[in-house]
Design a protein around this ligand. Structure first.
Ligand code: ADP
Length: 397
């Protein structure tokens, strides 16, 4: 069985084709700069040289036509071989607690959630609509970033705000990166040889965006991102938790417009705001060369992360494992060490040697006297979307 996973953004579409029998990637690629005069199509067919093309792509329709032609021309799928298309959808609101087979009604429901994710859902939806138009004969499934966190209890997801804002306007915490948190939790359970339903985990997805998740008996009970992906940890360009009254100050005293504040907090803050860079590799190089702003940004990042680890130990009571994942979580040994430093009282002790070079897919980096296991797991969100799409279709058969 072959499943295609699509992640449609406003100007790019990422895709991966999986052979589900052995979960191999047969072909993956990205169509970028859709709508600009010259777009780029980069793809890689398994066991072949990567391809990099400059082509005109006026819109998502042309981009998807190109994608489906590539799948056919490369021989990656032959007639009737594509069993399903899985679509990443950022926001499912409270409606979607599970993946959903795409129907006209589901499309309408995803559109209904657009006010909650105005930057992401419209592009996801555009990808879905075009894909349904071009490949309507293939079953298609929407997999939501928010769904994994729909198990949060009300005292964790509600904001201390007037109730009608929640009831009438959906103002609450939703959480994101759910596909990744859910995937690494399952991998951790496999690695530890225990049922997920018996495990308490703290999963840390640290990429350009970053979030922490408290998982109790396999279910998400708290997570650091909120109504939007701006809340929580300090990130590459997003501020994470700040005093909400800052907005008034930025408006009244600094004279920034609402739009300027939105851009500032989402795109010019976090590591970039503190030291001018948001790639952790560059931050470390700068810090090694003596740059004080980069040192400060790294200390702030680790400190804020450590506070969430402490908070989630309190939430869970017993923690079986902490899982690091995402580009930073998987690769940045110094940051892992820094945010676990001084946590031996909580039973969290890293092994410096194991931490240095963890295995590519899953490995343990805790010391023998650590009561909490510390794991580094390579997240595979696209594969997880394919697996969830397959499971969703199987349930209907
Ligand atoms: P996204 O959230 O866009 O999926 P990734 O999970 O790929 O991002 O993470 C990207 C980030 O991972 C980069 O910005 C970079 O800071 C970090 N990163 C990648 N490799 C390393 C490394 N070897 N050391 C430290 N950080 C790294």
């Amino acid at each position: 069985m072959k499943i295609l996973v699509l992640n449609a953004g406003s100007s790019s579409i990422k895709y991966s084709l999986f052979a589900m029998n052995d979960r191999r990637v047969l072909l993956n690629g990205i169509l970028e700069r859709i709508g600009e005069s010259i777009a780029i199509h980069r793809y890689h067919v398994q066991d072949a040289e990567p391809v990099n093309l400059e082509i005109p792509l006026a819109n998502h329709q042309q981009a998807l036509q190109t994608l489906f032609s590539t799948l056919a021309d490369s021989g990656a799928i032959r007639n009737g071989e594509l069993a399903c298309i899985g679509h990443r959808v950022v926001h499912g609101g409270e409606l979607f607690k599970q993946p959903a087979v795409i129907t006209a009604e589901v499309i309408e429901q995803i559109a209904g959630v657009i006010p909650l994710a105005p930057l992401h859902n419209p592009a996801n939806l555009q990808g879905i609509k075009e894909s349904m138009r071009l490949m309507g004969n293939v079953p298609q499934v929407a997999v939501f970033d928010t769904a994994f966190h729909q198990t949060l209890p009300d005292y964790a997801y509600r904001y201390p705000l007037p109730a009608d804002l929640y009831i009438d306007h959906g103002v609450r915490r939703y959480g994101f990166h759910g596909t990744s948190h859910g995937y690494v939790a399952k991998q951790a359970a496999d690695f530890l040889g225990k049922p997920l339903t018996e495990l308490n985990l703290i999963t840390l997805h640290l990429g350009n965006g970053a979030s922490a998740c408290a998982i109790e008996n396999g279910r998400s009970v708290d997570t650091s991102m909120g109504m939007t992906p701006l809340e929580g940890l300090m990130m590459g360009t997003r501020c994470g938790d700040i005093d909400p009254a800052l907005h008034f100050y930025l408006s009244r005293s600094v004279g920034l417009s609402l739009e300027a504040i939105e851009t500032l907090l989402n795109k010019q803050s976090g590591c970039k705001g503190v030291c001018g860079e948001n790639d952790m590799r560059i931050l470390h190089d700068m810090a090694d060369a003596g740059d004080q702003t980069a040192k400060l940004a790294l200390s702030m990042y680790a400190y804020r992360l450590k506070k969430y680890i402490g908070a989630y130990v309190a939430v869970l009571g017993r923690v079986d494992a902490i899982v690091f994942t995402g580009g930073i979580g998987e690769n940045d040994s110094r940051l892992r060490r820094q945010c676990c430093e001084g946590l031996s009282a909580l039973g969290i002790v890293i092994d410096p040697d194991q931490n240095q070079a963890p295995d590519q897919t899953c490995s343990a980096i805790h010391s023998t006297d650590s009561t909490v296991k510390i794991l580094v797991i390579n997240t595979q969100e696209e594969l997880e979307i394919a697996v969830q799409a397959e499971t969703c279709l199987d349930a209907l058969r």
